[in-house]
Design a protein around this ligand. Structure first.
Ligand SMILES: Cc1cc2nc3c(=O)[nH]c(=O)nc-3n(C[C@H](O)[C@H](O)[C@H](O)COP(=O)(O)OP(=O)(O)OC[C@H]3O[C@@H](n4cnc5c(N)ncnc54)[C@H](O)[C@@H]3O)c2cc1C
Length: 391
């Protein structure tokens, strides 16, 4: 049993899930969040089957069943709306669990229920000093208060403070892509997730509720020129005005600018896990492009792995096992998310037609990745790994 508390920095998807696992496993912890209250950026979130499996493991199965929208098919089309490729999500190995989606606010509400009182808001870390059997943390409060913890877990997202303070190589890579996200009301009875691929551009419409659609649009913009305008409606009309199909319909019912969330795609250059008694979970350690929509799944698998290892081993052993167990899968996910993104984002029409041809033969890009991912079950493998290493 660990006597010193473990500090979780960040109350996003990874931090909230980790706090819940620690509570379930009786591992003492504190959780801090730099914002003044819980909030979520972004519009919708798509959760592939391995994310849903991990959520069930943590204890959210019922909430997901009740609040998320199931999708059954993935469609890739060209910018006119002509279908290039489609795949059912109800076939093996994709049917390992449901593919669902919901509004991010709803997802955060589920993750934080019962935890809000435990979170120290308006708090972040100023300094981390590794000691002989823990970590001395200085906080950002008036007194610069200090406390020693058994370990610090950075669950503080792509701009992780823990990564910056405890890891020497904490670089981010800008993928050269400007994005916009929003949700809108639209009947979803006949809508399945649809990705419309054009040279240097992608538009996605993803149903997240009975009458609610999550839209994502990106364009290759290495100089970040799009950030010069805050008129997102005008930018979207300029970039995607030539699109047909569902994109055209979505552009006709765009919400006001304040409800459209702009952003850039950035990745952690090289996945990072452990440095002394500091560890990273979720985007803090391995943010990557959303090509495979593995952000939540990967964060939740990190969280389950780390918490179960901490339950069974000393902190030092658990952290070593965490890196060893997670590296291969996380490296594969980040490479398979950023690789195809880099390939499709800067293509001319001739390369695009080769990619489209390949997609006709092999199926939608993301489904190809999910087939490989869902052929194995890291949660079952974890239990075997712990059994083998506890001897
Ligand atoms: C455009 C886009 C679309 C995406 N779509 C999907 C998708 O459909 N499905 C999917 O699974 N994933 C998707 N992702 C990825 C997903 O959003 C992330 O992987 C996920 O949010 C990571 O969760 P996290 O808890 O690690 O980080 P975050 O959600 O970023 O949470 C970090 C938390 O830490 C807090 N924090 C930050 N700094 C500090 C600090 N110094 N001290 C204390 N607290 C701090 C933040 O306020 C926040 O609450 C997408 C990402 C992008 C960019």
């Amino acid at each position: 049993m660990h006597t010193k508390k473990i500090l979780i920095s960040g109350a996003g998807i990874a931090g909230l899930a980790l706090a819940r696992q620690f509570r379930k496993l009786n591992i003492p912890f504190d959780i801090i969040e730099k914002r003044s209250h819980l909030t979520s950026d972004g519009a919708g979130i798509a959760l592939p089957a391995n994310a849903v499996k991990a959520l069930r493991y943590i204890g959210f199965g019922k909430h997901i069943e009740q609040n998320a929208h199931q999708v059954n098919k993935i469609i890739y089309a060209d910018s006119a709306g002509m279908v290039l490729s489609e795949a059912s999500l109800l076939e093996s190995p994709l049917n390992a669990d449901r593919f669902v989606a919901l509004h991010r606010h709803e997802f955060h509400k589920i993750l934080c229920s019962g935890l809000e009182a435990d979170i120290r808001f308006n708090t972040s870390i100023n300094q981390i000093i590794q000691t002989s059997n823990g970590v001395l943390v200085t906080f950002n409060d008036h007194d610069h208060s200090q406390e020693e913890f058994g370990a610090v877990i950075g669950a503080d997202g792509v701009n992780s403070r823990v990564r910056q303070l405890a890891f020497s190589d904490s670089e981010l890579t800008d993928l050269g892509v400007t994005i916009w996200r929003w949700t809108c009301r639209y009947p979803t009875d006949d809508l399945q997730p649809t990705y419309m691929l054009e040279a240097k551009k992608l538009f996605m419409a993803y149903p997240i509720g009975k009458n609610e659609v999550y839209c994502y649009a990106h364009t290759f913009d290495p100089e970040n020129l799009c950030s010069r305008s805050t008129d997102h409606k005008a930018m979207l009309a300029r970039e995607f005005g030539q699109y047909g199909g569902i994109a055209k319909i979505m552009l006709e019912i765009l919400p006001e600018n304040e409800f459209i969330i702009p952003g850039r795609l950035r990745s952690v250059a090289q996945p990072l896990f452990v440095s002394g008694r500091a560890a990273l979970v979720g985007d803090a350690g391995h943010a990557c492009s959303p090509m495979l929509q593995q952000g939540a799944a990967c964060a939740l698998e990190d969280v389950i792995t780390l918490s179960e290892l901490l339950k069974q081993f000393s902190i030092d052993e658990a952290l070593l096992h965490y890196e060893k167990f997670r590296s291969e899968r996380v490296n594969w996910i980040t490479a398979s998310s950023d690789g195809p993104m880099k390939m499709i984002i800067n293509t001319d029409a001739s390369v695009l037609s080769v990619i489209q041809e390949k997609m006709r033969e092999n199926g939608p890009l993301n489904v190809q990745g999910w087939r490989k991912l869902l052929a194995t079950d890291p949660l079952a493998e974890l239990s075997a790994y712990i059994g083998k290493n506890r001897i």
